[in-house]
Ligand binder design. Structure first.
Ligand code: BG6
Length: 513
């Protein structure tokens, strides 16, 4: 039975209205790939903090399923270490941990061996009896993507598919990347469809779980002043940036076969694009919102192969210095080919061919080892039509609305004001909203929000297949051209810089990092 959590009266008036507790159904969550980095750094700490915030159902079971040999006890210890090391709320509190630990089990598994999946079925059924998890199951695919099809097929073979579970619900959370190109995404989807309906599938894009990303819809559709000017009549251009200072760290093996376009633009950046450009949905229902996201993607014309170099820029970092520390070139990172042609920076200019946005360029960029870590959406409004104030030397800057996603979380508006004094000097100033000070609370990490939503069956923040497929269709011509024509100038930006010069040539007005 679902346990309702009653939100206590907020002590801090700034927190009034913040829904910190929500009902999740009793369930088991099975983490395939539980011995991996994602589980240790993100997923296990998220589970613990969901428990801390009373969002986890009382009737809850967690099963790790991976190759690395663990006993139940040693896996429980591994989970505790992960919480102690990575939880946002500090080391595990004894009272909470003693309750959680009893619900954790582990199966050392060979993904090729159906008997291990049958063992999983038996454990799930025993948890249903003993913990009261009511037949509800989440399968979380946190393995390398190459194993996804195998796991999905084994789920069916072992009789763990939703059609064999009439007593409860079955959901599958699929980590990114969903495919490595359009064809492989379609092939993966074909395997998924053999076992799951779309309503069972929760494709994670952790950017959608970030609080300021969710606030894009609130900004647009819970305010009267923005929507009337959110169109080609007032907006000159839109820039979406996801810039990192980190390099590829220990993930060279994966990244060298991916690159910035596939790793960041096709998913995270395109999802931001959809939220900024979509039409108002008819309701806040998951499918009403996802229909609009798909519609706006349909209005973006994939580039023609011959136009790719005009509307894109790619880069790869060479040696340099980031935040005062020397940084090695991409080609000397571990597991990266010494003559790698993989881009660590990608920028695109796309157009939305509809009445709202015709003629407005959307500039997207993402890269590693750039000057500053910043993810943001910046909307630049048209220049004023006639100049009334200011001296000749004053620059009248255009209004810019910036949605700051990270590391700062907030919204800022740049506008012009008169400098105090007898002269009519004009200078640009900003009006800032910051989440931390505005609500007196720090946002929860994205994975917490998303796992909690999957437990409640709310798919709003998960990407639907039609949108994933369309996002691949949009980036494919660029990917094909970039893969077939080597960039002889690589490396073409020093670590710690603004990115390659070709990006500046494509858009001279990038906001400085
Ligand atoms: C991941 C990418 O999806 O997102 C990584 O695979 C990237 O390469 C990461 O570093 C960035 O996430 P965040 O939340 O730090 O912006």
């Amino acid at each position: 039975m679902a346990i309702a959590h009653v939100t206590p009266a907020p002590a801090n008036p700034l927190r009034a209205g913040i829904d910190s507790g929500r009902i999740a159904d009793p369930c088991n969550v099975v983490f395939f790939g539980a011995s991996g980095d994602l589980f240790k750094r993100m997923l296990m700490p998220a589970i613990y903090n969901l428990r801390l915030d009373d969002i986890l159902p009382t009737n809850f079971g967690l099963i790790g399923f991976a190759r690395t040999p663990f006993s139940d006890d040693s896996f429980r210890e591994y989970c505790k270490q992960s919480v102690d090391e990575f939880s946002r709320s500090g080391p595990a509190k004894e009272s909470l941990w003693s309750d959680l630990v009893a619900r954790i089990g582990y199966i050392t598994a060979d993904f090729d061996d159906t008997s291990h999946f049958k063992q999983l079925k038996a454990l799930l059924e025993s948890n249903d009896q003993e913990i009261g998890t009511a037949g509800n199951r989440i399968f979380y695919l946190a393995t390398p993507p190459s194993v996804f099809p195998k796991i999905v097929a084994q789920i069916k073979r072992a009789g763990l598919d939703p059609r064999n579970n009439p007593a409860g619900w079955t959901r599958v959370i699929v980590e990114k990347p969903f495919g490595t190109d359009l064809d492989s995404a379609r092939a993966l989807q074909a395997e998924v469809e053999k076992v799951f309906d779309e309503s069972h599938v929760y494709r994670i894009d952790h950017y959608l779980g970030k609080e300021p990303v969710q606030d894009i819809m609130a900004l647009r559709f819970a305010n009267g002043i923005f929507e009337p000017i959110w169109n080609r009549n007032y907006v000159e251009s839109v820039q979406i940036t996801a810039a990192e200072t980190l390099g590829v760290e220990q993930r060279g093996g994966y990244y060298d076969n991916a690159g910035a376009l596939r790793d960041m633009i096709q998913n995270h950046v395109m999802n931001l694009f959809a939220l900024v450009a979509m039409e108002p949905p008819a309701s806040s229902d998951a499918d009403a919102i996802r229909n609009e996201k798909f519609k706006v993607f349909s209005a973006i014309e994939p580039p023609q192969p011959e136009g790719v170099f005009q509307m894109s820029a790619r880069g790869q970092y060479g040696a340099g210095s980031v935040e005062g520390e020397p940084a090695a070139a991409y080609r000397s990172e571990t597991d990266v080919a010494p003559d790698s042609n993989t881009e660590t920076f990608a920028a695109l200019r796309l157009q939305v061919n509809n009445w709202r946005w015709a003629g407005v360029p959307f500039y997207l960029r993402s890269g590693k080892r750039l000057a500053r870590k910043v993810s943001e959406v910046a909307i630049t409004f048209n220049q004023i039509p006639h100049r009334l104030f200011g001296e000749k030397s004053d620059t009248i800057e255009q209004n810019v609305l910036v949605i700051k996603i990270q590391p700062e979380e907030g919204i800022s508006m740049r506008f012009n004001a008169k400098v105090p004094g007898p002269k009519n000097h004009i200078r640009s100033v900003t009006m800032d909203f910051n989440y931390g000070t505005g609500f007196g609370v720090q946002s929860a990490p994205a994975y917490e929000r998303l796992i909690g939503d999957a437990m409640r069956g709310d798919a709003t923040l998960f990407t639907r297949w039609d949108a994933v497929q369309r996002a691949w269709e949009i980036v494919m011509p660029v990917l094909d051209v970039w893969l077939s024509i080597r960039d002889r100038n690589f490396p073409n930006y020093p670590a710690g810089s603004q990115g390659p010069e070709s990006a500046a040539a494509m858009n001279p007005k990038w906001r400085p990092l």
